[in-house]
Design a protein around this ligand. Structure first.
Ligand code: ADP
Ligand code: TRP
Length: 322
């Protein structure tokens, strides 16, 4: 199993990113024959216009991923733009991409439907993503539900390229991340930086506590029994504890006679405890940025080697090598 996934450096990681994606990356690196994880800064360029911010988010993402358990002995960690072979491959794929296929893709379609100006970067976004995947002969691509359409595009492109030129690309499959089920934010909606309802994995403990205290709750009286399953505070608490503690909290909800303030305090304790080790490791990495750069440098070399082989295969197949 060759695993590959990318994550955009569009802000600091929040609980939704961790439980929805990063935690699975860490689990999969231990099951895979090879795992490739990269920071998708070329994709981020379609939304982040501030150069300094993009630079900072990219370095932060690398540091955060290492602190959260991406292990350079098990996974190749790199930055998308450091592998120019991928953009070269992207062009080869582009020449075989029907416009209609891209016109049907959500990100572009939605923007257009809202009457917003779309650029060629957004339009061809799925082709670059296909190149990302095909360049490493990846067969397993862990993604959230929203990216499944892009994996389908990738499979289409790989299929038609192979049909035309012979077996060049490995056919990848999406692996839908189960707990990507939707981590709720402080307002109960899906946690997302676009909704301003996030709690950052590496926020200072005091800000984490503050954010938790601000989580919206209903105004039912303390004495009233409550259904834990439909409560987003309970859903958040459940992310951090084992089944036994989850059941204890559920029982407390059903019994009633407690305040949401108590649950919030409990949530703050378990959440801060859960990330405490990563938080310390992050501080250590922050003080040795050279170490992060070295890991990414080694990852780039590995990634380029493999992408170079695949690119060569594709170029030879379509007549670019002469
Ligand atoms: P955001 O919505 O904050 O912009 P991204 O779209 O950059 O987050 O998501 C990066 C990864 O994290 C994706 O794999 C996505 O599926 C996952 N993710 C983001 N928010 C959540 C959430 N609230 N619940 C589960 N997974 C999430
Ligand atoms: N588009 C993905 C996202 O926004 C990130 C990404 C870029 C990616 N290239 C990829 C994910 C290749 C999986 C495989 O989440």
């Amino acid at each position: 199993m060759i695993v590959l996934s990318g994550i955009q450096p569009t802000g600091r990681f929040h609980w939704g990113n961790y439980f929805g994606a990063i935690r699975q990356y860490v689990e999969l690196q231990n099951q895979a024959d090879a795992a490739f994880y990269f920071i998708a800064n070329l994709h981020a360029l379609t939304t982040v216009e501030d150069a300094e911010r993009l630079r900072q988010y990219t370095l932060d993402a690398a540091t955060d991923l290492l602190a959260l358990g991406i292990n350079p002995d098990r996974a190749t960690l790199f930055v998308q733009s450091d592998v120019p072979e991928v953009t070269q491959l992207c062009w080869l794929l582009m020449t075989r991409t029907p416009m209609g296929l891209l016109e049907r893709c959500h990100a572009y379609k939605d923007k257009k439907a809202r009457g917003l100006p779309a650029d060629a970067g957004l339009f061809t976004y799925p082709v670059l993503m296909a190149a990302d995947i095909l360049a490493y002969d990846a067969d397993t691509v862990p993604v959230g539900e929203d990216q499944v359409q892009h994996i389908e595009v990738c499979r289409d492109l790989a299929g038609s390229f192979n049909h035309l030129y012979g077996d060049v690309f490995v056919m990848p499959k999406a692996k839908i991340m189960e707990s990507a089920a939707r981590v709720p934010g402080t307002d109960g909606e899906k946690m997302s930086k676009s909704y301003n309802n996030t709690i950052g994995v590496f926020d200072e403990p005091a800000s984490v506590r503050k954010a938790i205290m601000r989580i919206k709750t209903d105004s039912r009286p303390v004495s009233e029994p409550k259904d834990p399953e439909s409560d987003h505070l309970f859903q958040l608490y459940s992310l951090f504890v084992d089944d036994k503690r989850r059941e204890e909290m559920a029982a407390l909800y059903r019994r009633g006679g407690f305040g949401y303030g108590e649950v919030k305090k409990a949530l703050a304790e378990v959440a801060l405890g859960y990330f405490a080790e990563a938080y310390e490791f992050r501080k250590e990495l922050e003080s040795t940025p050279q170490r992060v750069r070295e890991v990414v440098g080694d990852g780039t070399a590995m990634a380029r080697k493999r992408a170079g082989e695949v690119l060569h295969r594709a170029q030879a197949a379509c007549g670019i090598k002469y």
